[in-house]
Ligand binder design. Structure first.
Ligand code: COA
Length: 151
């Protein structure tokens, strides 16, 4: 048995500044850059939860809700929503913050599945997630439902 852990033990908040190299000709960020940051935040979250090497198995549909501009701050918050035997669903919420006014906007939300691997690269059992508060219990239930719908 790999035991159990609370979501707070692996939660990640990652903050980035949108630089010229991250943007296109009209000064808004490349979607792929946000995807890379989402993957990184989720990967750190999976390592903290499992304390194993983990790989991205899938990312569900990703919708960009509002544009992010050069000079904005991007905040990525990652949380383990649900765990299987070796896999975990990680939800990442992306918010942009105007550096001057402080105005915050929802930018994207993504759900990723990471799989923990053993020394031979085979999926290995991980700690089960133990949701504690109402929000975590809701995320757990929703994660479980999404898992049942995935191919
Ligand atoms: C992810 C990977 C390790 C799964 O290996 P596998 O031999 O198919 O493993 P299994 O069939 O035993 O499944 C292991 C777990 O992964 C989950 N899984 C496998 N493929 C999945 C997918 N595409 N999406 C979501 N979960 C997936 C299974 O549901 C299972 O979960 P559980 O243990 O919690 O029940 C393997 O497909 C892989 O290495 N993929 C490449 C990962 C990678 O390189 N990612 C970086 C980007 S290319």
């Amino acid at each position: 048995m790999a035991g159990s852990k609370h979501p707070q033990e692996s939660r990640v908040e990652m903050t980035q500044l949108v630089l010229p190299a991250h943007t296109n000709a009209i000064g808004t960020i490349f979607g792929g850059q946000i995807m890379a940051w989402i993957d990184t935040a989720a990967a750190i979250c999976s390592f903290r939860h499992s304390r194993k090497m983990c790989v991205t198995a899938s990312m569900d549909a990703l919708n960009f809700i509002s544009p992010v501009k050069q000079g904005d701050i991007v905040i990525l918050q990652a949380n383990v929503n649900y765990t299987g035997r070796s896999s975990m669903e990680i939800g990442v919420k992306v918010t942009s913050e105007n550096s001057i006014t402080g105005e915050k906007k929802k930018t994207a939300r993504a759900y990723l599945t990471f799989v923990a691997l053993d020394d031979k690269g085979k999926p290995v059992e991980i700690a089960q997630i133990l949701p504690q508060n109402e929000q975590e219990k809701t995320w757990y239930q929703e994660g479980k439902e999404r898992r049942l719908k995935r191919p």
